[in-house]
Ligand binder design. Structure first.
Ligand code: ZN
Length: 291
C-alpha cells in the first residue's frame, strides 16, 4: 500500500516540468553536473526532485533556504546514487542548512579520562539516524570546482557507508552478500595501506589525509575523490577505484571533465594546502563519525 502511494506521489512530482530557476542554479553552482554524462542528466534531475520532496529541509542560523538552493544540494547528493537508486537515501530524513560554518558542542575525553566540552566549528556532519548538516557557504565553495573536496558528497557518503551496507542483514541473496564482503575486504586493505603511508609522514596522492581518522572517513574522502577526480584516483589507487566503482555502479574516470564555469577562479596549490590545514585543525577534535 505504501509503495502504491509513493509511486503515485512520485509520478505526480515528476509529471511537472523541472523548474527553470532550479536548473539555472544547478548549472551555475554544480561542477559535477557538467561532468555527469549527458545520457544520465534527465535521471539526475528526476532523482534530485524526489530527494528534495522526500526530505525535511530545515534552515538554521537565520539562512533563507530557497528551493533552488535545495536543488544545488540535491543534484550533488544524487550523483552518488545514479548507478543504483535514489531509494538508497530512504533513511535520510532531514537536511539542516546553516549559512556558514556553525558551532556545535563537542565532548571529548583525554588520556587521563577528563571530559571537556568545547564549542567546535564545523562545516558539516552526518548523524547516524539520518540527519545531514551542511554549511551553505562550503556547499558553494566545494560545488563549483572538481578538486576532490566536496562537502555534500562527503556527508551523504557517510549515509551510504559501504561498511554499514555490509552489516545490513536484509541485503538479499548470499551471492550479493559475498560480493559485499569482497568489497569490504578490498576496501579495508586500501585503508590500511593508506594509514601506513600517512603514519610514515608521506603524502598520498588523490586522497585527503583526513581519511586516516577511521574507515568511515576514508570511505567519505575516497568517495569525494572518486566522483570529482576519478581518473586521478584510478591512476594512483586502482584497487580502491575498482571497489568504489562496483559499489556505486559508476565509472567517473570515463567522464569528460568540464571546463570551469565562467568567472570561477581555480584555487592554487598553496591556497588549497592552507585551507586543508585549517580544516584539519578544526576537525581534529571530532570524535567517531560525527563529521
Ligand atoms: Zn566525515
Amino acid at each position: 500500500m505504501l509503495g502504491w502511494w509513493r509511486k503515485r506521489k512520485r509520478a505526480r512530482i515528476l509529471a511537472a516540468p523541472f523548474p527553470d530557476e532550479w536548473l539555472q542554479a544547478i548549472e551555475r553552482e554544480v561542477a559535477l553536473w557538467r561532468a555527469v554524462p549527458d545520457s544520465q542528466r534527465p535521471r539526475l534531475l528526476d532523482d534530485a526532485r524526489l530527494f528534495i520532496a522526500e526530505r525535511y529541509w530545515e534552515p538554521c542560523g537565520g539562512i533563507e533556504l530557497t528551493p533552488p538552493m535545495c536543488a544545488v544540494i540535491a543534484a550533488q547528493a544524487c550523483v552518488l546514487t545514479l548507478g543504483r537508486s535514489v531509494d538508497a537515501y530512504d533513511h535520510v530524513r532531514s537536511i539542516l542548512v546553516y549559512p556558514t560554518a556553525y558551532r556545535a558542542p563537542d565532548l571529548w575525553e583525554d588520556e587521563a579520562g577528563i571530559v571537556t566540552e568545547e564549542l567546535d566549528e564545523r562545516e558539516g556532519e552526518a548523524w547516524e539516524w539520518g540527519t545531514v548538516v551542511l554549511s551553505w557557504q562550503q556547499v558553494l565553495t566545494d560545488g563549483r570546482t572538481l578538486h576532490g573536496r566536496n562537502l555534500v558528497l562527503h556527508e551523504l557518503a557517510h549515509q551510504l557507508d559501504l561498511l554499514d551496507a555490509v552489516d545490513r542483514p536484509t541485503l538479499g541473496s548470499a551471492e550479493l552478500r559475498a560480493e559485499n564482503e569482497r568489497w569490504m575486504e578490498a576496501f579495508l586493505d586500501a585503508h590500511e595501506a593508506f594509514c601506513e603511508e600517512i603514519e610514515r609522514g608521506r603524502r598520498v596522492k588523490a586522497l585527503d589525509e583526513y581519511g586516516a581518522e577511521d574507515e568511515a572517513e576514508f570511505f567519505a574522502v575516497a568517495t569525494e575523490s572518486f566522483f570529482e577526480r576519478g581518473a586521478y584516483l584510478r591512476e594512483h589507487h586502482p584497487n580502491l577505484y575498482r571497489v568504489l566503482s562496483e559499489y556505486y555502479n559508476q565509472d567517473p574516470a570515463s567522464w569528460k571533465l568540464p571546463a570551469p564555469a565562467p568567472g570561477t577562479r581555480t584555487e592554487t596549490g598553496r591556497e588549497r594546502r592552507r585551507r586543508r590545514r585549517e580544516e584539519e585543525r578544526s576537525r581534529r577534535k571530532d570524535r567517531g563519525r560525527s563529521s
